[in-house]
Design a protein around this ligand. Structure first.
Ligand SMILES: [Zn+2]
Length: 86
């Protein structure tokens, strides 16, 4: 229950909801810091470490095409490091 205005990702269709809940597998679509929805788009090899995941904000549902979040929302939630001049 989020009463602070957060949209609930996965409410657009059952495919996304089930993918995100991922009981039988590790979901590649996850909600990260600040409530941003990310999709893993690839693996990166790191020396002496486990492969890392490359995440990218997901703007539209890959299953039904519903807009999930906007560039502005992602930028605001991630701290707006583009234009934050402090
Ligand atoms: Zn959907």
């Amino acid at each position: 229950m989020s009463a602070d205005g957060d949209k609930e990702f996965g409410s657009c269709c059952t495919e996304l909801k089930e993918t995100m809940s991922g009981v039988d597998f590790e979901p590649l679509i996850t909600v990260g810091d600040g409530g941003i929805l990310y999709m893993s788009v690839g693996l990166i090899e790191m020396d002496d470490e486990e492969p890392g995941m490359i995440d990218h904000p997901l703007f539209f549902c890959p299953f039904c095409g519903t807009r999930l979040q906007t560039v502005e929302e992602v930028r605001a939630k991630s701290g707006g490091d583009d234009e934050d001049a402090t």
